[in-house]
Design a protein around this ligand. Structure first.
Ligand SMILES: NC(=O)c1ccc[n+]([C@@H]2O[C@H](COP(=O)([O-])OP(=O)(O)OC[C@H]3O[C@@H](n4cnc5c(N)ncnc54)[C@H](OP(=O)(O)O)[C@@H]3O)[C@@H](O)[C@H]2O)c1
Length: 293
């Protein structure tokens, strides 16, 4: 009989890839978007998990508005921390393992080298604190929670989601005309969502738990990533200009260096990631297919 998996946040950029990947692996997938289950509603979460009685629960739902979180830290905390507690408590009641996603922003970026799972988190703002609290809640209620920290997620799902992604943002700014200013002094490890979904299924099937880093594998500045995006899109006249944290102020503090070292994945022999160029080529092929269908 097919294994049952419940996925919260199934309409999000990563959620759609998780639904696809678990379905491809012949799971019976019960996906919930915000309209079907708001994860901040503890009774709804408990009721749905009990009714579905799944072998695995995956939480890809999140409040991801890093700057807005500085104005409404309670809203971020409700979704990214307290709602994770709702899910963890419900998982505990039926002994189901939980996979939960977290972020490179739990680090302060002082290290200037890719962060491994052994590094001490030091979040710099409301979003980052709420995500770290979500990790703590998952691990407080469950011994077998799998926490996957990732970075700069981009996938074709972002074509249709409210939050979109950095690739689509660059293309929108290009269409709007005018200079496109992107920070050259912040480094991350952009991660291709379908690859992240594949790693997630593999880790979950292997029964792994604790914190895992699953980043794209290549540290790169947002400016250099933007330049690669325009190259991959065949755009040679993008008015792209480097800027800096000092010049381009945002409401939230962000780590200047947040690339992830996938140390535990590497130990398992699962650390091989597509290059950013290859991931962008796959992205644009999938994007083209989605647009023409
Ligand atoms: N995107 C990145 O660059 C990035 C980087 C590091 C870590 N991550 C982490 O990776 C995971 C997946 O991110 P993503 O890129 O797929 O984000 P996303 O596209 O913004 O998807 C998040 C989904 O969560 C839903 N959601 C928000 N509040 C909810 C609630 N109260 N109840 C139920 N659903 C709710 C959203 O629905 P609405 O559209 O209705 O709000 C959206 O469908 C998250 O844990 C995120 O923190 C992402």
């Amino acid at each position: 009989m097919a294994k049952r998996v419940v996925i919260f946040g199934s309409a999000g950029q990563l959620g759609v890839e998780l639904v696809r990947e678990f379905s491809r692996k012949n799971y019976s997938v019960m996906g919930y978007d915000r309209a079907t289950v708001d994860i901040t509603d503890s009774s709804a979460v408990e009721r749905e998990i009990a009714a579905a009685d799944p072998e695995l629960v995956v939480n890809a739902a999140a409040y991801n508005q890093v700057d807005l979180a500085e104005q409404e830290p309670q809203a971020a905390f409700l979704v990214n921390a307290l709602a994770v507690r709702n899910i963890a408590v419900a998982c505990r009641q039926i002994d189901a393992p939980l996979v939960h996603f977290s972020t490179d922003y739990v680090f302060d970026g002082v290290a200037k080298r890719p962060y491994s799972e052994e590094d001490r988190p030091h979040p710099l703002g409301a979003y980052a604190v709420s995500k770290l609290a979500g990790e703590l809640y998952a691990r407080a209620y469950l011994d077998n929670a799998l926490i996957i920290r990732t970075s700069g997620v981009f996938g074709p799902g972002g074509l249709h989601t409210a939050r979109s992604n950095f690739v689509e943002l660059m293309l929108r700014l290009y269409s709007a005309g005018g200079p496109i200013r992107v920070v050259a002094d912040h480094i991350a490890s952009p991660t291709y969502a379908p690859q992240l979904a594949r790693c997630t299924v593999e880790l979950a099937e292997g029964g792994h738990c604790g914190v895992f880093h699953v980043g794209g594998g290549t540290p790169i500045s947002w400016f250099d990533f933007a330049a690669m995006i325009f190259r991959a899109a065949g755009i040679s006249d993008a008015p792209l200009r480097p800027t800096s944290e000092r010049e381009y102020r945002t409401a939230a503090r962000r780590p200047k260096y947040s690339a992830l070292k996938n140390a535990r994945l590497e130990q398992l022999g699962m650390g091989s990631m597509p290059s950013i160029g290859a991931a962008l080529d796959m992205y644009f092929a999938a994007r083209q297919a989605a647009i023409s269908s």
